[in-house]
Ligand binder design. Structure first.
Ligand code: UDP
Ligand code: MG
Length: 312
């Protein structure tokens, strides 16, 4: 009987960073929906080094309810790390990853679960709309996903972290040794039989988004470079472009030299210096970025450090 239940168990993984007011609300909303649909579940909160009452709230819950479990990091390691920690500790036959602020509507989970029972191994939540978001943010996000879809060849234009993964996909993801995993892309990269479910992004009811513009820029760069070497090819491309320009200018300079008007063109010299200088610097920067990523990977530090657990 127990085994049979485990075969159907759904683990919900929820990264939480300073979400004290959302823990109970999120747990209650999800558990109500899943109970109504008769889906056996556990809800695993991963406290990503919160500085508020998030962890005590999780412990409170798990003391009273066997479905509630929690892991607490020793500091803030970021959402990707929290997702992977959740996947590692989940015991379900499938896992759903979702945000703590209910922006990913839990009403969609039974549908995802049904698709999983039909034999789909990865069920992706696809944003039907981006919800209330400032237009500049939408513009940047769209641009980022265009670039990343191009370079990774995985279409991610409306991708989100809201997904259901079968145990097979979870185990495949956990085998990847990367220090800086990009969950959204890797969960497509692993393959498997995939279905998608559209959902409307909800308003965040309590608290505020944990992302500043700057942290989003860093997130974009980190994820593009963790998934693709294409930016380094840009360096080569710029090199060829400069070579072509130098051929043209070379011919012109020689012509001037032989026709006796060589002293002019000082402006060209200055401009060339500036252009070549900046292209070289940017190129070094791009290569440097990859070297620092190699450095990070080679140190092979753990993705996260767990300090406390409850309910597990
Ligand atoms: N989150 C996290 N670690 C962080 C930042 C965010 O675990 O360093 C969690 C957060 O608690 C939430 C989810 O990631 O459950 C999405 O964060 P948020 O709602 O702030 O992002 P947005 O919805 O604005 O993209
Ligand atoms: Mg949110």
């Amino acid at each position: 009987m127990v085994l049979q239940e485990n075969n159907k168990l759904l683990s919900i993984i929820i990264p939480a960073y300073n979400e004290q007011d959302n823990i109970h609300r999120t747990f209650n909303t999800i558990s109500q929906i899943l109970n109504e649909s008769h889906i056996p579940f556990e809800i695993l909160f991963v406290d990503d080094g919160s500085r508020d009452m998030t962890w005590p709230r999780i412990c409170e819950l798990s003391a009273g309810l066997s479905e509630a479990k929690g892991i607490s990091f020793s500091r803030n390691f970021g959402k990707e790390s929290a997702i992977f920690a959740g996947l590692e500790s989940a015991s379900g036959a499938c896992c759903v990853i979702m945000d703590c602020d209910l922006q990913h509507p839990p009403a969609v989970i039974p549908e995802m679960y049904r698709l999983w029972q039909e034999g789909f191994e990865v069920v992706e939540g696809v944003k039907a709309s981006r919800g209330q978001e400032n237009p500049f943010h939408t513009f940047c996000a769209k641009g980022f996903y265009k670039i990343i879809s191009k370079v990774t060849k995985v279409n991610m234009s409306d991708a989100s972290d809201f997904k259901l993964l079968d145990r097979k996909a979870v185990d495949a993801l956990l085998l990847l040794p990367e220090r800086a995993p990009f969950f959204r892309a890797l969960s497509s990269w692993v393959g498997f039989r995939t279905a998608s479910v559209p959902f409307e992004v909800q308003e965040r009811a309590i608290g505020s988004s944990k992302w500043s513009m700057w942290s989003l820029v860093k997130y974009a760069i980190r994820n593009i470079t963790s998934f693709s070497g294409a930016p380094m090819q840009v360096v080569t491309f710029l090199g060829w472009l400069m070579l072509l320009a130098s051929l043209a200018l070379g011919v012109q300079s020689l012509y001037r030299y032989f026709s006796g008007t060589a002293l002019e063109g000082f402006t060209t010299v200055i401009l060339l210096q500036l252009i070549i200088g900046s292209v070289l610097m940017i190129s070094l920067g791009i290569i440097g970025h990859y070297i620092s990523r190699i450095y990070d990977e080679i140190k092979a530090r753990p993705r996260y450090i767990i300090s406390k657990r409850c309910g597990l």
